[in-house]
Design a binder for this molecule. Structure first.
Ligand code: PMT
Length: 397
């Protein structure tokens, strides 16, 4: 199955900044995801990184000279026409000023002025320049025009000072681009999708907990797939995986915390996908201090009490998708859970297989629906499984 950037024509503007070298990683990621990338460099950018780097990464000639002969008529007009998105990363203070004021004195600024494609800019500059009233005004002008401002991040700047002005990490810039393209074309645009991920942790004492083997990968795959299809996504997670860009991540530990977060997020959502492995039981009372081995006399019993079933507690007008992690009688057990939880769909996975279920990047699932339908999917990546689930959700919306 094609990824969200497969075959997409992206124009990447690179401007002069100490972070210009990171544009090479942005380019590499875009190319690896199947995008056709034309790089447009300002003259200052060529002081920091050479066109040869981008030529090698894209197998295409970078655009650096507004009077250059690139064999495509007026280069900026052609680029602007072909672009499905214009991404400027890093965007210097000067380039932000150029774009805000409609100046067109280099190929990048000309292309920006000529394109009707969505424009994203990832600023990078010293904190003082970012805070300056002129930059603030330029950013507001661009935002008001629909330009998406990605970052900047805070941290240590090239000057040695701390503050806002760092280029956002390349992976997150690419995620922001996917989210934006999703909102332009996706079938979940305008929808709010809530996804749970990971195994809940039920405290025994301040240092120990009861949990399970869920890594969160299936839930994160769902969050990314929903984002790439244009949804506003809230990911309620216990997992230690890096936050996907373009997704609101709510961190929780226990089933009770997850329940509260799901209740809150579902106020505005149309879809709930419960991919989390929620503990059915929790210790009746978590000890306030670390339990000492010496106090237990060679035996430790922990009374457990039932957790609420999150998928049943939350009700309303939305599409509910639940999962079933089974080690035997996969479809029979899943069908019982589908009815019991009054869900529209249940995604059954056999977690005893080594290439599916917990921890791995692939899954093999059977989707059952409330009307008695059954769809058996072969082994595929968790991102692909997610898209197949979301195809079913879209059909129900
Ligand atoms: O995270 P990974 O490593 O990628 O692994 C993915 C996965 C195996 C965790 C995932 O694909 C999966 O199957 N998730 C559901 C696991 C589970 O808890 O299954 P269950 O059969 O115990 O629960 C059925 C459904 O009820 C689930 O949607 C669960 O989120 C929900 N539930 C369960 C208990 C509870 N107290 N509240 C709930 O909402």
């Amino acid at each position: 199955m094609n990824g969200p950037l497969e075959g997409r024509h992206i124009v990447l503007g690179v401007t002069g900044s100490i972070a210009s070298y990171k544009a090479a990683e942005v380019t590499s990621r875009l190319v690896q995801e199947g995008a056709v990338v034309d790089v447009v460099m300002t003259e200052s950018a060529t002081q920091f990184i050479t066109p040869a780097t981008f030529r090698a990464l894209t197998q295409r000639e970078p655009y650096t000279d507004m009077f250059g002969a690139y064999g495509v008529g007026e280069a900026h007009v052609e680029l602007a026409r072909r672009a499905e998105a214009l991404l400027v990363a890093p965007a210097s203070a000067t380039t932000l000023a150029r774009l805000a004021n409609g100046l067109a004195d280099n190929v990048l600024a000309l292309t920006a002025l000529a394109t009707t494609a969505p424009v994203l800019v990832a600023p990078a500059m010293d904190g003082q320049m970012w805070e300056h009233a002129a930059t603030r005004a330029n950013v507001e002008t661009l935002r008001a025009r629909g330009v998406e401002i990605v970052g900047p991040a805070s941290g240590r700047l090239a000057s040695g000072r701390m503050g806002a002005g760092r280029l956002v990490e390349p992976a997150l810039i690419v995620d922001a681009l996917k989210a934006r393209l999703g909102r332009e074309h996706g079938d979940l645009t305008g929808r709010h999708v809530v996804i749970t991920a990971g195994g809940t942790r039920e405290a025994i004492d301040p240092v120990r907990y009861v949990s399970n083997h869920s890594s969160g990968k299936q839930g994160y795959g769902l969050a990314e797939a929903a984002r790439d299809r244009g949804a506003r996504v809230t990911l309620i997670s216990t997992a230690g995986l890096p936050d996907p860009g373009g997704v609101t991540v709510v961190r929780v530990d226990s089933a009770l915390e997850m329940l509260a977060a799901v209740h809150e997020a579902m106020r505005t959502a149309q879809v709930l996908v419960m991919a989390a492995a929620v503990a059915d039981y929790r210790p009746a009372a978590a000890a306030e201090q670390k339990i000492k081995r010496a106090d237990m006399g060679g035996e430790l019993s922990i009374p457990l009490i039932e957790n609420p079933d999150i998928s049943k507690e939350v009700s309303g007008e939305f599409i509910k998708v639940v999962f079933a992690a089974e080690t035997q009688n996969l479809v029979e057990n899943a069908a019982i859970k589908l009815a019991n939880k009054r869900a529209a769909l249940i995604v059954a996975n056999d977690v005893s297989a080594s290439d599916a279920g917990f921890g791995v990047d692939t899954n093999r699932v059977v989707i059952l629906d409330a009307a008695g339908g059954r769809e058996d999917l072969p082994l595929m990546s968790k991102y692909e499984v997610s898209n197949r689930i979301l195809d079913r959700v879209v059909a129900l919306l």
